[in-house]
Design a protein around this ligand. Structure first.
Ligand code: ARG
Ligand code: ZN
Length: 879
C-alpha cells in the first residue's frame, strides 16, 4: 500500500466553499441504499475565486452528479482516493449527487450501517463521507433537511435530527418522514435511525418554561431498562441550567440504544445514539458502577449540545476543545450528584493508570495533536481525560465564579461557530485578567510532567521552605530539551504534629489554611513563615494538576496524612502510596529470594480504618481499603516484572486478609442491607464496603469465605452483589463452586448480551494460568462475536488490559492471540483493531524477553496490508 497521507495542523486552510443548506433523501435498503444530496454552496469569503471544489467520500458508488441542474460529464470532475474534485465552479451553485451504499456490508460501523436489522449512523469524525460526497469537515456548517424512506412494516420508526415536518405513505408499502434541523451543523453531527423500535417518553420543562419531549428508543426486549437513563437525562438537563446557565434548544431530545457501536455514545444534534451498554440499566442486570457510568455518559452527550454542537471545533486537532470540556462537565455533574471525593478518586485512578501509560508509550501525543494519519486514533485518554484535567486547572486558577463568567462569555461569543482551543483559553484570560500564555503549553506539550519537591525547616527562624523542580520527559517527536516549564496549580496545606492545619503565611499573604501555588519556572522555592514546628505538607490536594509529584514522605508521615488530612483525595492518595511501598518491599524480598513480610505501618493504617469506619464517609473508605491495581503499580516502575508485582500484591492482600480477619467479617456483616435495591449513593457505599470485605475474606482461600461468596451468589437480588460474588468464586479458583455458579449464571442470562459480557469479562480476567485457554474456548461460545465491539472488549480487551500475568505469559501465547484477533479486525473494523492492539505497544519497560515477543507480534501485524488506523499505531510502536 502507498504510504498514507499525514495531515498537519499548520496546513489548515478554511474551506474554499461552504454549504448553506443540505437536503438529503435516503431510500433505505440493506444492500443498496440510495442517497440523494442537494447542496446549496457558496465560496468562502476569505478564499479567492476559481479554487477547485473538494468533496470527501469513501466506498460510494456514484450514480449521478450535476451542477446547477446540469449533469457533469466525466471530464468535469475527478476522483482521487477519498476526494472528488471539480475544477471549475462558480461562486454560488447547487450541487446534486446520487450515490448507492450498502449498510449491510458496513462492518466498520462508520457511516450508515445495520445493527440487529436497525439502520443507524456514526459520523464523527469522518463517517459522513461514507454516506455521500460532502465537504466533510467540522468548519462547514449547514442547515439539514432529511427525508427518510423505508418499508413501513419493518421500519416503522424513521428518525433524523431536529423536528419532523412531513410524513406520509408511499407505494409498495413504503413510508417517509422528513426532518428539519433548524441549527446549522457540521456533517459529523448528522444522524439517521430506522427500525422496529419502542419508545419511552417523558417531558422536561426548561427554566424558561418550554416543554421538551424526551424520547428513548429501544428494541422491545429492552423496555425494562430505560427508567434510570430517563431520570439521568432530566438531572443532567437541570444541572446544566443551574451550573452553566445552558438551556436545551429544540422541542424534542431523542436517544436511541444500538447494540453494535464502536464507542460509548454520540451527541448528534437532537438525536443522540448510544451504545446499548451506555444507556440500558436495570438492578438485575447492571452493577452499581454501571449505573454511574451510564449517568455520566447520558450527561456527557447531553452537555455536548452546548459544548460541541452550538460551539463546535474548527478542525479535528481541536477535538479536546469539546471533549476535554465536556468530560470536565460530566465529571463535575457526577461529583455533585454522588460523592465528590469518590468521583475524583476514580477519575484520577483512570488518569494515572491509563493516561500516564499512554504518555509514557509510543502513541503519546499532546492534548491538541499537531498531526495525524487517522483522526479516529485520537479519541484517546489524553484528549478526553487529560483534556478535562486542563479545563479543571483553568477553574482552579480562575476560581469557580470567574470560570463561570468565562464559560458564559465563551458560549455567547462563539455560538454557532467552529472554533479553536485558543478561543476557549483566551476567553478565560479575558474575563480573569490572568495571563494564560504559558498555560497554552498544556495543549501543545505531550508527556506527564514530574515535580520533585524538597523541604527545609529552619527552627530558629520558624521558616519552612519547599523547593519545586518540574520537568517533562521526552515523548515521540518532542525531545527532552524542547520541553518548556508549565503553569501548574498546586493546591496545598501544612499540618502540625497534632494533625491540625497550619495558618499559612507566604510573604505578606495570609491565604488561610490552604492555598493554590502557581508554579511557572523550572525551579521555584516557597517559604512559609511563622511555622512553629516542622510540618507535614499535604500537596496537590484534589489532584490539582495532572502531574507526578514526588515528596520524600516517611511511612509515618503517610500514615499520618491518612488519618488527619482534611482533603479526602489526599487521604486516599497517602494510603495508596503507603500500600505501594509495602507491595514493593515484598516484591524486592521475593526477587531476592527472601521471605517477605507485611509492612507494620500499612497494617496499622488498615487496622485504624477498619476500627473507626465513621472517620471517612463509607464510599471513600471503600476506596481506601483497596490496594493499587497491578496496572498502576507497573506504571510506577522503570523496569516492570509483571509476575513479581502480581505475587507481591497478592501477598500483601492475603496478609491483610489474614491478620485483620475479624474486622473484615464485621465489615461484611455491618454492611448487609435488606432494603430494596436503589442505585443511590447511600446504598452503593454499603455494597462497596461489603464487597471489598468479601474480597479480602476470599483472598485467604478459606472454605468458609468461599461458602459465603457462594451464598451471596445464590441469594443476591441485584447484579452488583451477584457479580462481586461470582468474581470471587472464579478469581479465587473455587473449583466446583465456580463452575456451578458460572453455569447457573449462563443459564439465567444467556438471552441478555450485556449481562453475558460481564460473564465473559470475569472469566477473562481470572489470574489463574488457565485463563488463556478459557478465553480461546469462549471465543467459540454463542455469547461471543468478533463482529460486536462490546463482545470484543468484554473478552479480548479485558484479557489484554486487565489480566497482566496471563497476557504477558512467558511463552508469548497471550500476545499471539491478540495479534491474531487484531489482524482479523483490521479487515472488518479498523477503528476497534487500532484500539485493541494498544497493550501490545507498551513494551518499553518490560524485560528483554517480553520486549522481543511483543515486537515480534507487532511485526507479524505489520507484514499484512493494514488499514490507515492500524498502520499509524504500528508504525509508531515499532519506530
Ligand atoms: N463524540 C463522541 C463522544 O465522546 C465520541 C465519538 C467518537 N467516534 C469515533 N468514531 N471515534 O461523546
Ligand atoms: Zn464527548
Amino acid at each position: 500500500m502507498s504510504e498514507p497521507e499525514v495531515v498537519y495542523l499548520k496546513d489548515y486552510l478554511p474551506p474554499a466553499y461552504t454549504v448553506e443548506t443540505t437536503h438529503l433523501t435516503f431510500e433505505l435498503a440493506p444492500e443498496d441504499t440510495h442517497v440523494k444530496a442537494t447542496l446549496r454552496m457558496k465560496r468562502h469569503p476569505e478564499r479567492e475565486a476559481g479554487v477547485p471544489l473538494e468533496l470527501f467520500g469513501a466506498n460510494l458508488d456514484l450514480r449521478a452528479i450535476s451542477l446547477n441542474g446540469e449533469a457533469l460529464s466525466k471530464s468535469r470532475y475527478r476522483i482521487d482516493g477519498e476526494r472528488l474534485i471539480i475544477d471549475d465552479v462558480p461562486d454560488a451553485f447547487v450541487l446534486d449527487t446520487e450515490v448507492v451504499i450498502a449498510p449491510e456490508q458496513n462492518t466498520a460501523l462508520e457511516g450508515l450501517y445495520r445493527s440487529n436489522g436497525m439502520y443507524c449512523t456514526q459520523c464523527e469524525p469522518e463517517g459522513f463521507r461514507r454516506i455521500t460526497w460532502y465537504p466533510d469537515r467540522p468548519d462547514v456548517m449547514a442547515k439539514f433537511t432529511t427525508t427518510v424512506i423505508g418499508d413501513k412494516a419493518t421500519l416503522p420508526i424513521l428518525l433524523s435530527n431536529g423536528n419532523p415536518i412531513d410524513q406520509g405513505d408511499l407505494e409498495d408499502g413504503r413510508h417517509f418522514v422528513t426532518w428539519e434541523d433548524p441549527f446549522p451543523k457540521p456533517s459529523y453531527l448528522f444522524a439517521l435511525v430506522a427500525g422496529q423500535l419502542e419508545v419511552v417518553e417523558s417531558y422536561f420543562t426548561t427554566r424558561n418554561g418550554r416543554t421538551v419531549l424526551l424520547q428513548l428508543y429501544v428494541e422491545p426486549q429492552n423496555l425494562h431498562k430505560t427508567e434510570f437513563s430517563m431520570g439521568a437525562l432530566k438531572r443532567a438537563m437541570k444541572w446544566d441550567e443551574e451550573t452553566y446557565g445552558r438551556e436545551y434548544d429544540l422541542d424534542r431530545f431523542m436517544i436511541v440504544a444500538v447494540d453494535d457501536f464502536n464507542m460509548g455514545a454520540m451527541e448528534n444534534k437532537g438525536l443522540n445514539i448510544f451504545n446499548s451498554s451506555a444507556v440500558l440499566a436495570n438492578p438485575e442486570t447492571t452493577i452499581d458502577a454501571g449505573f454511574q457510568r451510564i449517568e455520566g455518559i447520558v450527561a456527557h452527550e447531553y452537555f455536548h449540545n452546548w459544548s460541541g454542537n452550538r460551539v463546535t471545533c474548527r478542525d479535528w486537532f481541536q477535538l479536546a476543545l469539546k471533549e476535554g470540556f465536556t468530560v470536565f462537565r460530566d465529571q463535575t455533574f457526577s461529583a455533585d450528584t454522588n460523592s465528590a471525593p469518590v468521583k475524583r478518586i476514580e477519575d484520577v485512578a483512570v488518569l494515572r493508570t491509563q493516561q500516564f501509560a499512554e504518555d509514557a508509550g509510543p502513541t503519546a501525543h499532546p492534548v491538541r495533536p499537531d498531526h495525524f494519519i487517522e483522526i479516529s486514533n485520537f479519541y484517546t485518554l489524553t484528549v478526553y481525560e487529560k483534556g478535562a484535567e486542563v479545563v479543571r486547572m483553568l477553574r482552579n486558577l480562575l476560581g469557580k465564579e470567574t470560570f463561570r463568567r468565562g464559560t458564559d462569555t465563551y458560549f455567547e461569543r462563539f455560538d454557532g461557530q467552529a472554533v479553536r482551543v485558543e478561543d476557549f483559553v483566551n476567553t478565560m484570560a479575558d474575563v480573569s485578567g490572568i495571563d494564560l500564555g504559558q498555560f497554552m503549553r498544556w495543549y501543545e506539550q505531550a508527556g506527564t510532567p514530574r515535580i520533585d519537591v524538597a523541604e527545609e525547616y529552619d527552627a530558629e527562624r520558624q521558616e519552612y521552605a519547599l523547593t519545586f523542580r518540574q520537568h517533562t520527559p521526552a515523548t515521540p517527536g518532542q525531545v527532552a530539551d524542547s520541553k518548556q516549564p508549565l503553569h501548574i496549580p498546586v493546591r496545598m496545606g501544612l499540618l502540625n504534629g497534632r494533625g491540625n492545619p497550619i495558618e499559612l503565611a507566604v510573604g505578606n499573604e495570609r491565604p488561610g489554611h490552604e492555598m493554590v501555588l502557581e508554579l511557572r519556572e523550572a525551579e521555584e522555592r516557597i517559604v512559609f513563615k511563622h511555622v512553629a514546628e516542622k510540618p507535614t505538607p499535604s500537596l496537590l490536594r484534589g489532584f490539582s494538576a495532572p502531574v507526578i509529584l514526588n515528596f520524600p514522605y516517611t511511612r509515618e508521615q503517610l500514615a499520618f496524612l491518612v488519618k488527619y488530612d482534611v482533603d479526602g483525595f489526599n487521604r486516599w492518595d497517602a494510603g495508596q502510596r503507603l500500600a505501594q511501598e509495602a507491595i514493593f518491599d515484598v516484591m524486592h524480598a521475593i526477587q531476592a529470594g527472601e521471605a517477605p513480610t507485611l509492612d507494620d505501618t500499612l497494617l496499622d493504617v488498615f487496622d485504624y480504618l477498619l476500627k473507626t469506619p465513621d472517620r471517612a464517609d463509607r464510599a471513600v473508605l471503600a476506596e481506601m481499603l483497596q490496594l493499587p491495581s497491578e496496572a498502576y503499580l507497573a506504571g510506577q516502575r522503570a523496569q516492570v516484572d509483571i509476575d513479581a508485582i502480581h505475587d507481591a500484591r497478592a501477598f500483601v492482600e492475603r496478609s491483610l486478609a489474614e491478620q485483620l480477619h475479624f474486622h473484615w467479617q464485621a465489615l461484611y456483616e455491618s454492611n448487609v442491607t435488606k432494603a430494596a435495591y436503589e442505585p443511590s449513593f447511600e446504598q452503593i457505599s454499603h455494597r462497596a464496603l461489603k464487597n471489598v470485605a468479601l474480597s479480602y475474606l476470599c483472598a485467604t482461600g478459606d472454605e468458609d469465605a468461599l461458602a459465603l461468596a457462594d451464598q451471596q451468589f445464590k441469594t443476591a437480588t441485584n447484579m452488583t452483589d451477584t457479580r462481586a460474588a461470582l468474581t470471587q468464586l472464579v478469581h479465587r479458583h473455587a473449583g466446583e463452586r465456580a463452575d456451578a455458579a458460572l453455569k447457573a449464571f449462563e443459564a439465567r442470562w444467556s438471552h441478555d448480551p450485556l449481562v453475558m459480557d460481564q460473564w465473559l469479562t470475569l472469566q477473562a480476567t481470572q489470574p489463574h494460568p488457565e485463563a488463556l485457554d478459557r478465553v480461546k474456548a469462549l471465543m467459540a461460545h454463542p455469547a461471543f462475536s468478533l463482529r460486536n465491539p462490546n463482545r470484543v472488549r468484554a473478552l479480548i480487551g479485558a484479557f489484554s488490559q486487565h489480566n497482566h500475568v496471563n497476557f504477558h505469559r512467558a511463552d508469548g501465547e497471550g500476545y499471539a492471540l491478540l495479534a491474531d484477533i487484531v489482524l482479523q479486525l483490521n479487515k472488518s473494523n479498523p477503528e476497534i483493531a487500532a484500539r485493541l492492539v494498544l497493550p501490545l505497544t507498551r513494551y518499553q519497560r518490560l524485560d528483554e524477553v517480553h520486549q522481543q515477543l511483543m515486537r515480534g507480534a507487532l511485526e507479524r501485524i505489520r507484514n499484512q496490508s493494514l488499514s490507515r488506523n492500524l498502520y499509524e499505531v504500528i508504525e509508531k510502536a515499532l519506530a
